[in-house]
Design a protein around this ligand. Structure first.
Ligand code: FAD
Length: 468
């Protein structure tokens, strides 16, 4: 029986373990999978804490249905009844600009009427339709692209907050092709963003699919009834007993004949015909630098930004403004110290007890990494000050939770694609070793679940190739 060791028990590793078993079954290959997770608790960045009826997501809040992979995984886990769709009212999203909350336009007409952009800014954005196509194959930053095609104001008021909302990143260094590949595709295939979106809308209509086409994230947010960590619990429970070894770090990877030997921190050796590494890139670097120094350097060079998550609960009637939407993001130019605020209990009503509301703020990211070093009390005060400024909330919170991630989210900066190509080439040369995780092909939950079966296919191809 072939042995596969998966290193990393976050979503990517767990989904990969499950996908390897599924793929092996469908190919009729006998495989034993062992999954090593350094922490005592599985899930990596996915953690849900529950206290006094408040459900605080310490990492992701959910996943969008614009990509099918996570919903499909939940189906495979036979857990459809555990899914939770966000409230309809949460479709409204705000941006805090000019010192006030303004709803983001949801269609062309509301865009024309919206006062987020000045008339000049709107005309500049609309002029995108008539701009010549840029040169293909240039790894532009998000900011360069947006300035070139949509103008400075769209960058400041729309794209900068969106980049912070998804990547906690800085558009000046983020690679457009790696972070928003669909946007690159729209320009290259249709000559421009607006032309591309119109063409896709037309195609969707012809295929009987209605709804506006979005170059951004788009879609409706979903989660699990008990929080995103339920997805982790379901995945772990779906694996055969003995597969998962939590509290067990992989310390060293050694070549052992045609296979691998994984040494654990507690001094055990696991032999493996294939190893799937689903750790953050810097941990993969540590494990692989002894095999290929350059590979270690490349992996270590994937930058990460820190973030603090601050959940606060209030008695609903103490708030003067209704939390009538998803929440808001803030452009850097506003000089605020939170990236935005998610109105968690407006998105999923069961995230706060009756008569209470829950708001989740992200602090730090590429914009203010130093703020993550503040102590809990300081972070809480900072968030309270910012909520007072933006939402007029002066009440005492009845629930608080502060969580810090020193390396929260990998950044796909300009050059990411080239770095990735070199990483893949070098990993390919090692043989029987495969890379997964959110540092390479996408940072969302959907990206992790989409990539897991691809990784599993590579593992199985490798195993079958080795026996032929
Ligand atoms: C604050 C925050 C908010 C987010 N919000 C969203 C959102 O709303 N929607 C969305 O789609 N995505 C969101 N994301 C992104 C998403 O959560 C992550 O991309 C995803 O969870 C990453 O999963 P992963 O398994 O690839 O990596 P990780 O979760 O980092 O897991 C890697 C695991 O590897 C383990 N490990 C490392 N080294 C070793 C070793 N040597 N031996 C054994 N184990 C090891 C680690 O302990 C860890 O558990 C958010 C992320 C953060 C931080």
């Amino acid at each position: 029986m072939a042995k596969v060791v998966v290193i990393g028990g976050g979503l990517s590793g767990l989904a990969a373990a499950r996908a390897v078993l599924d793929e092996a079954r469908s190919r009729g290959v006998a495989v034993q999978v062992s999954l090593l997770e350094r922490d005592a608790v599985l899930g990596g960045k996915i953690r849900t804490s529950r206290e006094d009826g408040f459900v605080c997501e310490e990492g992701p809040n959910g996943f969008l249905d614009n990509k099918p992979a996570t919903l499909a995984l939940v189906e495979r886990l036979e857990a459809r009844p555990r899914l939770l769709k966000s409230e309809d009212g949460a479709r409204r999203r705000y941006v805090f600009t000019g010192g006030a909350l303004k709803p983001l336009p949801e269609d062309p007409m509301s865009f024309v009427l919206s006062d987020i952009l000045s008339i000049r800014g709107k005309l500049r954005l609309a002029a995108e339709m008539f701009l010549p196509q840029g040169t293909a194959g240039v790894d532009e930053s998000v900011a360069q692209f947006v300035r070139r095609r949509l103008g400075d104001e769209a960058l400041d008021k729309l794209i900068d907050p969106m980049s912070a909302g998804i990547y906690a990143g800085d558009p000046a260094v983020m690679s457009l092709a790696s972070c928003f590949p669909k946007v690159t595709m729209l320009e290259q295939q249709f000559g421009g963003l607006l032309k591309g979106m119109l063409a896709m809308q037309k195609m969707a209509k012809a295929a009987g699919r209605e709804g506006p086409q979005s170059a951004g994230p788009g879609g409706v947010l979903w989660s699990m009834r008990s929080g995103t960590a339920e997805l982790i619990d379901l995945l772990a429970a779906s694996l055969p007993e003995g597969t998962v070894q939590a509290g067990t770090a992989a310390e060293e990877l050694e070549r052992f004949g045609a296979s691998w030997r994984v040494r654990t921190a507690d001094g055990r050796d696991l032999d493996a015909d294939a190893v799937a590494l689903a750790t953050p890139a810097y941990d993969a670097a540590r494990l692989l630098r002894g095999r290929d120094e350059r590979l270690g350097e490349l992996l270590y060079a994937v930058p990460y930004v820190p973030a603090a998550v601050v959940c606060v609960g209030y008695v609903a009637e103490q708030l003067t403004r209704p939390l009538d939407g998803f929440g808001f993001l803030i452009p850097r130019s506003e000089g605020r110290r939170i990236l935005g605020s998610l109105w968690s209990s407006s998105i999923f009503a069961n995230r706060a007890p009756s008569g209470r509301v829950l708001l989740t703020q992200i602090v730090g990211g590429a914009r203010n990494p130093e703020l993550v070093d503040l102590d809990d009390g300081e972070l809480l005060q900072l968030v309270r000050d910012e909520l007072s400024w933006t939402l007029g909330i002066r009440a005492e919170p009845c629930y608080t939770k502060v969580v810090r991630w020193a390396r929260a989210i990998p950044q796909y900066v300009v050059g990411h694609g080239q770095r990735l190509a070199e990483i893949q080439q070098r990993v390919g040369r090692l043989g029987g070793l495969f890379l997964g995780g959110n540092a390479y092909h996408g940072i969302s939950i959907n990206d992790c679940t989409h990539h897991a079966p691809i990784l599993a296919g590579q593992v199985l191809d490798g195993l079958q190739g080795a026996t032929q």
